[in-house]
Design a protein around this ligand. Structure first.
Ligand SMILES: [Zn+2]
Ligand SMILES: [Zn+2]
Length: 455
């Protein structure tokens, strides 16, 4: 039960849309088994999501509109699931037809929802031939093959799907990197140092620069061999095959040499990495400069907005076209706004918000809690909605506290009538510990101690 309530607290109900859930799960666990039909092999989340995308793209390319009904006449089969999700992803509604229907029943069901598209299995095609003339809305002569070439290449699967954390751990194992205990830790470090973000992990510009810097300047450190070699030696010590002193000597030589390389190339290395870190700060195009046609970059693109760190952990976003020495310069751009402080992690989500289309959108992650999406346009519908929800939550909390306080006074009175002493302790404790599990454990221990004292 505890887990379920946690789940509800964590999840955002607005994302409880089937196609969205599938997409998210596929991103989280692309390789996890999702569907097994009869004797066919298991199909993964990632595969079902990819097939659904192809169906959706094919439908959209053939003019299916959001809200439109798409009729489906398929036997029980594996394809049914991707077809269903594909229709949902295209924003349409599936109208499933009983496979026993023929003649008037069949035409009536198709005409009822004014279906223009029908996904039908070959085995039922002859039934369709019989009622051909009675389907005014249905568009003929288009074929949607469920496997093979006509499936459209899916936008979402390009770039290729990311490697999940589980898969990454497997790969590290294959390469001899880390131990069973340290592998998850290593991945966590990639996150905390800002080399990767999101889940499945995506490399940040800093992470990419870090790799490039080592690849170009201290190649040995960019390959898994060195670490793997050290790990192997550790195993050999453990097995008593090699002495500790020997390994220490080998490792010391190895590290000395690498360190010398590193020291010699440190400036080049730093430049590359700084450039990457800098790149991570650019979050999208400045809409003001774009409108004014300030195309300042070689490729003809306008000024960009970037994250700016201030002393003391404060941050804001601003246009790179701001002229610090002469802010009144007509070419200086003052487009800027506040950002959460350095206690929060910020990641580029969209260079231009897909909802309002005005400014970049970021993912914000605090010390605890779920990450949330921040549009830099305050008037963006997503931000308006978020403020409303926050306000509602704040009000609900306030009222709950008021009720609690009122109850506490009543309860306190009753408790005081029974005994004056335990009252303040009790109410104080109740206010301090919101998680129910604590209460449960306490009760359990109390029960135990009572039992013990009784015996
Ligand atoms: Zn600007
Ligand atoms: Zn927006």
């Amino acid at each position: 039960m505890g887990e379920w309530s946690d789940w509800y607290a964590r999840e955002d109900p607005s994302t409880w849309v089937l196609a969205e859930v599938l997409k998210r799960r596929a991103a989280e666990h692309p390789d996890r088994e999702y569907l097994k039909f009869a004797d066919s092999p298991w199909v993964s989340y990632g595969e079902i999501n990819a097939r659904s995308n192809r169906v959706a793209n094919a439908l959209i390319a053939r003019g299916v509109q959001p809200g439109e009904s798409v009729s489906v006449m398929l036997p029980n089969c594996e394809e049914f699931i991707p077809v269903w999700f594909g229709i949902l992803k295209a924003g349409a509604v599936m109208s499933s037809i009983n496979t026993a229907y023929k003649g008037d029943f069949l035409s009536w069901t198709i005409n009822l929802v004014e279906a223009r598209k029908l996904v039908i299995s070959d085995e039922f095609l002859d039934r369709l031939d019989l009622i051909k003339g009675e389907l005014p809305a249905l568009e003929q002569g288009q074929k949607l093959d469920l496997d093979g070439a006509p499936w459209m290449v899916d936008k979402e699967t390009q770039p290729p799907s990311r490697i999940s954390q589980g898969k990454l751990i497997e790969m590290m194992e294959e390469l001899g990197l880390g131990t069973k205990a340290t592998r998850p830790d290593i991945i966590q470090k990639l996150y905390s140092r800002g080399y990767v973000f999101n889940n499945p992990p995506e490399p940040s510009e800093t992470g990419i620069a870090m790799y490039k810097a080592f690849r170009d300047h201290v190649l040995r450190m960019a390959t898994p061999e060195m670490t793997a070699e050290l790990e192997r030696d550790m195993d050999e010590i453990a097995a008593g095959e090699i002495s500790k002193d020997e390994v220490i000597k080998i490792s010391r030589d190895m590290l000395h040499q690498t360190y010398d390389d590193l020291f010699e190339r440190r400036e080049d290395l730093a430049k590359t990495i700084w450039a990457g870190m800098d790149e991570d700060k650019f979050i999208g195009v400045c809409e003001v400069c774009e409108e004014k046609g300030r195309t300042v970059h070689e490729d003809g693109s306008p000024n960009r907005l970037r994250i700016i760190d201030l002393k003391g952990g404060k941050r804001f976003w601003g246009c790179e076209g701001y002229n610090r020495d002469d802010p009144d310069d007509p070419e200086s751009c003052g487009n800027s706004g506040p950002l959460p402080g350095r206690g929060y992690e910020l990641w580029r989500l969209e260079p231009r918000c897909s909802v309002c289309g005005v400014r970049p959108r970021l993912t914000v992650r605090g010390f605890r809690g779920r990450p949330w999406k921040l549009c830099l346009n305050d008037d963006c519908p997503t931000m308006v909605e978020m403020r409303q929800k926050r306000e509602e939550r704040r009000k609900a909390k306030e009222e709950a506290e008021k009720r609690k306080a009122a109850k506490g006074e009543e309860g306190g009175g009753a408790a005081a009538a029974k005994s004056a002493k335990p009252k303040p302790k009790k109410s104080g404790g109740a206010r301090k510990k919101p998680p129910t599990t604590t209460t449960r454990t306490k009760r359990a221990t109390r029960g135990k101690s009572t039992a013990r004292s009784r015996s």
